[in-house]
Ligand binder design. Structure first.
Ligand SMILES: O=C(O)C(=O)[C@H](O)CO
Ligand SMILES: [Mg+2]
Length: 258
């Protein structure tokens, strides 16, 4: 049975960020993820995780200036010193929360630009090495261009080639089913083929990016496939509730912590 992680950036927005930990635990989640923890202190987040007996499944390394439209800096020339500082900041939160996987966002850059590709490779290799010293996996995630126009890593093949080429044991794929379906389809066969290099899975309905129930994908079949493949990681619920979060959890009832 998959271990689902409530995404506290997208879900439970009816509560403040820190109160979302309590709300997710009360709703039956055993784990949480979010995009960025950095507006709260590591200590405050750790206290909520402990209080609610929650596991920290994932969060992202700092993404540059998100409010200004940046979506990561790993592929951006001239930002390497900032990236190294961001890695240390993320490691402080990792130490406090016990998370074992972090996602590095690439940024808005042309995938065919040689300088961006070189920056990205260097950033990924550096970050993976630094995280490996702390027993943490580094994840890279292809993101579709409808949701994030101009995002550098926009193809599962490119992610797979980099992971294979670098051959770093802690460098893995963040397999977001929502992006996979939009970019390439063929979700089940991709899960079967890519699971050995997959460090995290995320789910949402397509095309609405809401609860993983109905629409284009057959999630009861895909959850069963994840079990059949003996996937032991987390499944992040990176979806935008259609209405109030708690009203949209019927799909989750068979998986909720008792
Ligand atoms: O966009 C996604 O699917 C992600 O998982 C990123 O971490 C946040 O944009
Ligand atoms: Mg995702």
């Amino acid at each position: 049975m998959p271990t689902f992680a409530a995404n506290l950036t997208m879900m439970f927005n009816e509560w403040s960020f820190l109160d979302r930990f309590d709300a997710a635990a009360d709703a039956g989640f055993a784990a949480v993820e979010y995009l960025f923890p950095y507006e709260a202190s590591p200590e405050a987040i750790a206290e909520r995780l402990t209080r609610n007996k929650l596991q920290q499944a994932l969060f992202n390394l700092p993404p540059g200036d998100w409010a200004a439209g940046e979506r990561g800096i790993a592929a951006l020339p001239g930002r390497f010193d900032e990236l190294k500082s961001d890695v240390e900041r993320a490691l402080n939160y990792a130490a406090a929360t016990g998370v074992k996987r972090l996602h590095l966002m690439a940024g808005l850059a042309d995938p065919s630009d040689a300088e961006a590709a070189s920056c990205y490779r260097r950033s990924v290799a550096y970050t993976a090495a630094r995280l490996a010293e702390n027993g943490i996996d580094l994840l890279i995630e292809p993101i579709n261009g409808r949701n994030m126009p101009g995002y550098f890593l926009n193809h599962f093949g490119a992610a797979e080639r980099l992971i294979t080429d670098l051959g770093l044991p802690n460098l893995k794929l963040q397999f977001d089913v929502y992006h996979r379906q939009i970019l390439h389809g063929d979700v089940t066969m991709a899960l079967r083929r890519l699971l050995p290099i997959t460090g995290h899975i995320q789910v949402a309905s397509v095309p609405s990016r809401s609860e993983p129930d109905g629409e284009e994908l057959n999630y009861p079949y895909l959850f069963g496939e994840i079990d059949r493949l003996d996937y032991r990681g987390f499944v992040g619920c990176e979806y935008i509730p259609r209405d109030r979060t708690l009203d949209g959890l019927d799909w989750f009832k068979p998986f909720a912590r008792r």
